[in-house]
Design a protein. Structure first.
Length: 280
């Protein structure tokens, strides 16, 4: 997947926040992003305070942060990103010489997506970041897709399957919950890696109910089971409400294949699906 395709995912002016007390590190990461993602807006911040101001100015699409910052612990950056209103679930990557120690001591919170140890060098860091800005196909991923229009469902399913994604389609939210329950009890042949749902569904439950029940009743976090919601509503307040309810991101209608597939692969990469399966 090219950097041009990612641009279509995250808007014409993607915003990436780089938080590090070292000006040299900020410049190095910015150089990688500018090379791999033309048109990117890199927001360099030297402190937690500067990062919080940047978050208030608008949503970001990728965050890297050092752990040691002049005004506190870099993990506060991760928390601020996750709690920012209207902010989609995006990668928050810790870049630090203490990353390995934090991992050993289990000090990383659920707000952190990934980590990189600075001792591995700048070339390795550049390759690591490239993996996020140029996400590759994820082999073996299964999508639980909820859509009550058979015509839309068939078209969307073909889009996803062309990119080696397995799609299990259901019409109602209740059917999806039955499949997720069976999976949680070990009674299913499916293992779902991501949920894609329309916001408007036949029956008593909507796409927003899907999000809320997965996050509350099943207690699946945004990394455990990413959720993308398809909506034709361009009202920013309504979109923000879906994100606050637990959606990882939104797919606006009419659906464009490149954007949809890029968003799905992006969230699978953020969720660490491949690593989770390898460990199980």
């Amino acid at each position: 997947m090219s950097s041009q395709q990612l641009r279509h995912l995250i808007s014409d002016a993607p915003r990436v926040m780089v938080v590090d007390g070292s000006k040299m590190v900020r410049k190095m990461i910015a150089d990688v992003l500018n090379r791999e993602l033309p048109g990117v807006e890199v927001i360099g911040c030297a402190s937690i305070a500067e990062a919080r101001v940047a978050l208030q100015a608008g949503a970001v699409h990728l965050v890297t942060t050092s752990l040691a910052l002049p005004d506190g612990d870099g993990l506060e950056i991760a928390r601020s990103v996750r709690e920012a209103a209207g902010q989609a679930y995006v990668p928050v990557i810790v870049v630090s010489g203490d990353a390995q120690q934090h991992l050993v001591e289990r000090r990383f919170t659920e707000y952190v997506t990934d980590y990189f140890d600075k001792s591995l060098g700048h070339e390795a860091l550049a390759a690591f970041i490239r993996g996020y800005v140029q996400p590759q196909p994820v082999a073996g991923a299964t999508v639980l897709y909820i859509e009550d229009s058979r015509v839309v469902a068939e078209t969307t399913k073909r889009m996803l399957e062309r990119h080696d994604l397995k799609v299990i389609h259901v019409i109602r939210a209740e059917d999806a919950f039955a499949l997720l329950t069976a999976e949680s009890l070990g009674l299913s042949t499916h293992r779902f890696d991501i949920v894609l749902t329309d916001v408007t569904l036949k029956g008593e439950l909507s796409g927003r109910d899907v999000v809320q029940r997965i996050r509350v009743d099943f207690a699946y976090g945004k990394r455990r089971l990413p959720i993308l919601v398809m909506t034709g509503d361009d009202n920013r307040d309504n979109q923000s409400a879906l994100l606050q309810a637990g959606a990882n991101d939104l797919v606006l209608k009419p659906i464009e294949e490149r954007l949809l597939v890029t968003k799905v692969l992006f969230q699978l990469r953020v969720s660490g699906m491949e690593e989770a399966r390898a460990a199980s």
